[in-house]
Design a protein around this ligand. Structure first.
Ligand code: ZN
Length: 197
C-alpha cells in the first residue's frame, strides 16, 4: 500500500477525497480469462488493490463488458492537475447514469463543475437572448451571464459592448436593488476592459 503523501497534489473529490480507496481486490485480465478491465484503465494508470466488481446487467451493452473497475490516475485536460477517477464513480457512470463504456473522465471534479456552470450560463443566455421586450431584471441577468462568459473566455471580449448596450436600456431612476446590481456589472465591465490593454 502506498502512502497518502503520493496523493497530496491530487485534486480532492468532495465525496471520495484524494487518496485511493483500497478494497484489496486486484484481479488481472489474462488472455482467455473471464476478467475484463476498462480500456481506459491500462496498468500504468491503475491503482493496485482498489478494484470493485461491476454489475454487468446494468451496463449499457458493449462488445466487451467490464467486470471490474479500478481507481485510476488521471491528469486533468483543463487544469493539468492529477486526480483519481474512482472505481465507485465509474460504477455510477456506467451503471446508474447509463453512460456508455466508451465515455471517459478527462477533467477533474473542479473543472467538471466549471464546465457544467458554463453550459448552464450559455443555455440561460440563449433563453434571455430570444426574449422580445426583456424586463429590466432580464436585461441585468443577461448582462451578468455575458460577463461570466467573457470572464471564462467563452465569449470574446468584444461582447462587452453588448453588455454596455444592455446597461443603457436600464433607465437611471431605478430602485436601489437594481442600481446596486448595475453598479456591480459596471465594475466587472471596467475590470475586463482595463485588462485588455
Ligand atoms: Zn481540472
Amino acid at each position: 500500500m502506498r502512502t497518502s503523501k503520493e496523493y497530496e497534489s491530487f485534486v480532492e473529490h468532495p465525496r471520495f477525497g484524494r487518496c485511493p480507496r483500497i478494497t484489496g481486490l486486484n484481479p488481472e485480465a489474462v488472455y482467455g480469462g473471464d476478467t475484463f478491465l476498462h480500456w481506459h484503465s491500462p496498468r500504468e494508470c491503475r491503482i493496485p488493490n482498489t478494484a470493485i466488481r461491476a454489475d454487468l446487467s446494468r451496463q449499457t451493452p458493449a462488445t466487451v463488458a467490464v467486470t471490474h473497475y479500478f481507481d485510476v490516475k488521471r491528469q486533468c485536460r483543463d487544469c493539468g492537475r492529477p486526480f483519481i477517477f474512482f472505481a465507485q464513480e465509474q460504477k455510477h457512470w456506467y451503471e446508474v447514469l447509463g453512460f456508455g463504456l466508451d465515455s471517459d473522465c478527462v477533467r477533474c471534479i473542479e473543472c467538471r463543475k466549471i464546465e457544467q456552470g458554463i453550459a448552464r450560463l450559455q443555455e440561460r443566455y440563449a433563453e434571455l437572448f430570444h426574449i422580445v421586450g426583456r424586463t429590466t431584471e432580464e436585461n441585468l441577468e443577461m448582462a451578468e451571464c455575458s460577463l461570466s462568459l467573457i470572464e471564462t473566455n467563452v465569449f470574446n471580449r468584444r461582447q462587452s459592448e453588448r453588455v454596455r448596450m444592455l446597461l443603457n436600456q436600464i433607465g437611471p431612476d431605478h430602485v436601489k436593488k437594481i442600481v446596486r446590481r448595475r453598479d456591480a456589472i459596471v465594475k466587472r465591465l471596467i475590470a475586463i476592459e482595463s485588462s485588455e490593454a
